[in-house]
Ligand binder design. Structure first.
Ligand SMILES: Cc1cc2nc3c(=O)[nH]c(=O)nc-3n(C[C@H](O)[C@H](O)[C@H](O)COP(=O)(O)OP(=O)(O)OC[C@H]3O[C@@H](n4cnc5c(N)ncnc54)[C@H](O)[C@@H]3O)c2cc1C
Length: 410
């Protein structure tokens, strides 16, 4: 039988988490979002000594505030108008990565032996106009080329397939592979399993400084002193998994990590009888819409929230909430009398080329970054890739060169 949510177990409210920071560890991971927790799991599974340090609680930032969508189809934010052949090739590469991530999500509940609310009920992308329909077809061709199944439906075929959608839409694409999971469960479950494997966690522990220690021998200078609000820990390898804050700590080591930051909204409604099996997105406007298996609707798609200075959380704006809901109603008119219950915001970090920043710095050997813009969809997979790199024989591990953390993407 699958275990109950780790939230109910309260595994971090233990004496160990309250006790002093260990003096040293092979690996220190900074950041307890999905990237940090899944990496802690994969490293601890390979018996690598690991301490994860989080300044707040596990899963409090992007990993616990996102919409939980698997983005396997090419989404609005990845598209540019009049795409060149090289841009199409870049997109095809991204789709291949997304297809690989889908395989990991197929296995994740079995791997972690837990119910994470993973559902592969397919994804619909709607087009309202003939111009959007042209983009939808272009996107569909790139996906097919990259090995992702998708189908274009128009007219009566579309209305029969998805009778709940506005009948006057120009058309849809349907990707049977798409789906979603519960973001409140995935990161904490990875953390829980990592903890069971022997990884150490310290929450409420703010990393304020990373210093290199000059040592000789095999380590050849690759040792670090990580200074936190709860003491100092030394390690051979650091992984910066601080998401939107990854640039701040990296700059202390002379590394420039060009990240864009954006506050995003997500909305949840009251429950209604379950009818919307597939996730719904829009090719030309900001929308992701799904009905959870608790029967509520989660509505998002990248509507901006108001920037605030840390530690204040980004705040909601009515114009974004209203705009988001207006698009949802245009596409799914039967939501008209469904009440909105709550809107929240999170901070999203992205690179200009939308590729992950993943691996070890050549400029600062031993210093790693694990960051990826579509981080709920791709986070566990890139964490697994980084773990494989870090557990390979020194010098033998490989990661895609386009993820290189020293690259300039500004
Ligand atoms: C509103 C919203 C909706 C989204 N929807 C989707 C979606 O549907 N699908 C999808 O694939 N992606 C989505 N994303 C993107 C996805 O959520 C992120 O890419 C992903 O969660 C990033 O995970 P992370 O672990 O890198 O960062 P985070 O989850 O932000 O974790 C970073 C952690 O580092 C900690 N930290 C920072 N500085 C320090 C320090 N100095 N010391 C100690 N700890 C520190 C923070 O407290 C935080 O817990 C969405 C993002 C947002 C904000």
């Amino acid at each position: 039988m699958k275990e109950r949510s780790p939230f109910l177990v309260g595994y971090l409210d233990n004496e160990t988490n309250q006790s002093a920071l260990p003096k040293s560890s092979d690996v220190v991971i900074i950041g307890g979002g999905l990237l940090g927790t899944s990496l802690a799991y994969y490293l601890s599974k390979s018996k690598v000594e690991t301490v994860l340090i989080e300044r707040d609680d596990i899963n409090r930032e992007a990993s616990g505030t996102n919409a939980g969508s698997f983005h396997f189809q090419i989404a609005l934010h990845q598209l540019t108008p009049n795409m060149s052949e090289s841009e199409k090739r870049r997109l095809a590469d991204e789709v291949r990565l997304q297809v690989d991530a889908a395989s990991l999500w197929d296995e994740i509940e079995r791997e972690l032996d837990a119910d994470l609310g993973v559902h592969f009920d397919g994804g619909i992308m709607v087009a309202e106009t003939e111009d959007e329909m042209r983009v939808l077809k272009e996107k569909d061709a790139i996906e097919k080329e990259a090995g992702l199944e998708s189908h274009i439906l128009v007219g009566d075929e579309m209305r029969t397939f998805a009778p709940y959608l506005a009948p006057d839409l120009a058309g849809i694409s349907f990707c049977p592979r798409e789906g979603h999971a519960n973001p409140l469960l995935v990161g904490p479950t990875y953390a829980y399993r990592a903890w069971q494997n022997g990884a150490h966690f310290r929450t409420g522990c703010d990393v304020t400084r990373i210093e290199r220690i000059n040592v000789g021998g095999d380590l050849k200078g690759r040792r670090f002193r990580v200074v936190t609000s709860r003491g100092v820990i030394e390690c051979n390898r650091v992984v910066n998994a601080t998401g939107a804050w990854a640039a701040e700590l990296s700059s202390q080591l002379g590394l420039r990590i060009p990240l864009g930051l954006s506050g995003l909204h997500v909305n949840v409604t009251e429950p209604r009888e379950y009818f919307l099996k597939s996730m719904v997105q829009h090719i030309g406007r900001r929308l992701t819409l799904k009905q959870t298996h608790n029967n509520t609707f989660i509505i998002g798609g990248g509507w901006p929230s108001r920037e605030e200075k840390f530690p204040k959380r980004y705040s909601n704006t009515w114009s974004s909430t209203a705009g988001n809901l207006a698009v949802a109603l245009r596409v799914l008119p039967m939501l008209a009398d469904v009440k909105l219950l709550r809107t929240w915001s999170g901070v999203w970090a992205f690179t200009k080329d939308f590729k992950p920043i993943l691996g070890e710095s050549e400029k600062v050997p031993g210093y790693h970054i694990a960051m990826v813009p579509t981080g709920f969809t791709l986070g566990p997979m890139v964490a697994q890739m980084l773990s494989q790199y870090m557990t390979a024989t020194p010098g033998k591990g490989k990661l895609p060169s386009e993820f290189n953390i020293d690259r300039e993407v500004a």
